[in-house]
Design a protein around this ligand. Structure first.
Ligand code: HEC
Length: 140
């Protein structure tokens, strides 16, 4: 009977530790933001009240695991590539993005050509989070 209690306690513990793992983190803060929309400290970087999409999204949800863009929800429009390599490629974006223009996009959904995009998600990020994210985009 005593052993039985220990076994129950053990399973409860395993249950708790696996549940508290909901906020997945990756090797760097930038990659964690890219994949989850939450930074490595657990802060949600999406302004949920301003976002049309209320579920927390990382960039990868809409731009693909490799950032190269993907078709969303059976739609016929593909999101653009947001690898740093492509964002700074003259044959893809005119004018090309640089670090400051990527930061501006994150802050205000303003594209490099000054037009407004509608992505459904509004982010509020600290400068350090933006820098970490951009550094990750450079690795893609
Ligand atoms: C809910 C889906 C969604 C998420 C999440 C998302 N995007 Fe996007 N993104 C879009 C869509 C859709 C567009 C195109 C909007 C348009 O052209 O009107 C876009 C456009 C962009 C553009 C502009 C490209 C251009 O055409 O000039 C950049 C840069 C960008 N996203 C970066 C990001 C980054 C960085 C993140 C994560 C912090 C992110 N996006 C998260 C859907 C998303």
């Amino acid at each position: 009977m005593k052993n039985f209690k220990y076994i129950i306690a053990l399973f409860t513990l395993i249950g708790f530790t696996s549940c508290s793992n909901d906020n997945e983190t990756y090797a760097t803060n930038g990659e964690t933001i890219f994949r989850t929309g939450v930074n490595i400290h657990g802060a949600v970087l999406q302004d949920i009240s301003q976002s049309e999409i209320k579920k927390v999204h990382g960039c990868a949800n809409c731009h693909g695991d490799n950032g190269k863009g993907k078709f969303r929800g059976g739609g016929d429009k593909q999101t653009g590539s947001i690898t740093y390599y492509d964002l700074t490629n003259t044959s893809i974006y005119t004018p090309v993005y640089n670090d400051d223009l990527i930061k501006r996009f994150i802050d205000s959904e303003t594209k490099s050509d000054d037009t407004h995009a509608n992505t459904g998600v509004v982010y509020v990020m600290k400068e350090t989070d933006k820098i970490d994210l951009i550094n990750f985009l450079k690795t893609l």
